[in-house]
Design a protein around this ligand. Structure first.
Ligand code: TYD
Length: 208
């Protein structure tokens, strides 16, 4: 596919959002069409599934299935068509979040998630991001950033031990898919974090 697919990952409070928007402006300034999206979400159906996933009590496998159902709709309706048009797709979270949150955090079987990943993301070849920016920072720092920021959702109100397990899930995914990942040290001033983002994107030749 002609486009570029970049996902942004990290525990809640890692500070991805400003960097996603800044990167979108950089690509647009170079004349690229950019699709900005998020998971769970990105379509009407997937946004409704997001609301259930973030608010309703359910067992961990149900969480994983809703995340993948939302992903399937998002992929077929938004991501794959945008990539086929040659656009840059910047996505706030993607499958690594399911491995980290439902796998690492909730304990859903890793093999089961890998099976779902293959089923859901193989409308032809397996659709994976070309680059995943993993905003890594200590759980305690992220918790401090979230304090008082807003009313916490189901995940944001989890104890620090949950986010330690989520971080371990990200680390495992990073080790398994090393070439696709750029680990960004997010425990730095925002401008330094941004330097890390730009460096990772440029090193792959996606921005000049
Ligand atoms: P987030 O992306 O942090 O958005 P906001 O900034 O609006 O809070 O919130 C999405 C939450 O959903 C986050 O806590 C991680 C969780 N999540 C999963 O548990 N599984 C998934 O597959 C995805 C994509 C997200």
């Amino acid at each position: 596919m002609a486009g570029i697919f970049i996902s942004f990952e990290g525990i809640d409070g890692a500070g991805k959002s400003t960097h996603i928007e800044r990167l979108a402006r950089c690509f647009a300034a170079q004349g690229r069409a950019v699709t900005l999206s998020r998971e769970p979400g990105g379509t009407d159906l997937a946004e409704r599934l997001r609301s259930m996933l973030l608010n309703d009590p359910m067992d961990p496998i149900t969480e994983a299935l809703l995340a993948f159902a939302a992903r399937r709709d998002h992929l077929t309706q938004v991501i794959v068509p945008a990539l086929q048009r040659g656009e840059v797709v910047l996505c706030d979270r993607f499958t690594d979040a399911t491995f980290a949150y439902q796998g690492g955090g909730r304990g859903v079987d890793w093999d089961m998630l890998q099976t779902l990943e293959r089923w859901v993301q193989s409308a032809g070849p397996l659709v994976q991001p070309d680059l995943t920016l993993w905003f890594d920072l200590p759980t305690s720092v992220a918790a401090g950033r979230l304090l008082g920021a807003r009313v916490p959702d189901k995940f944001e109100s989890q104890p620090e031990a949950f986010f330690d397990a989520v971080s371990q899930g990200y680390a495992r995914r990073c080790a398994e898919g090393a070439g696709r990942f750029a680990r960004i040290d997010a425990d730095q001033a925002a401008d330094r974090v941004w330097d890390g983002v730009l460096d990772a994107v440029r090193r792959r030749g996606f921005l000049t």
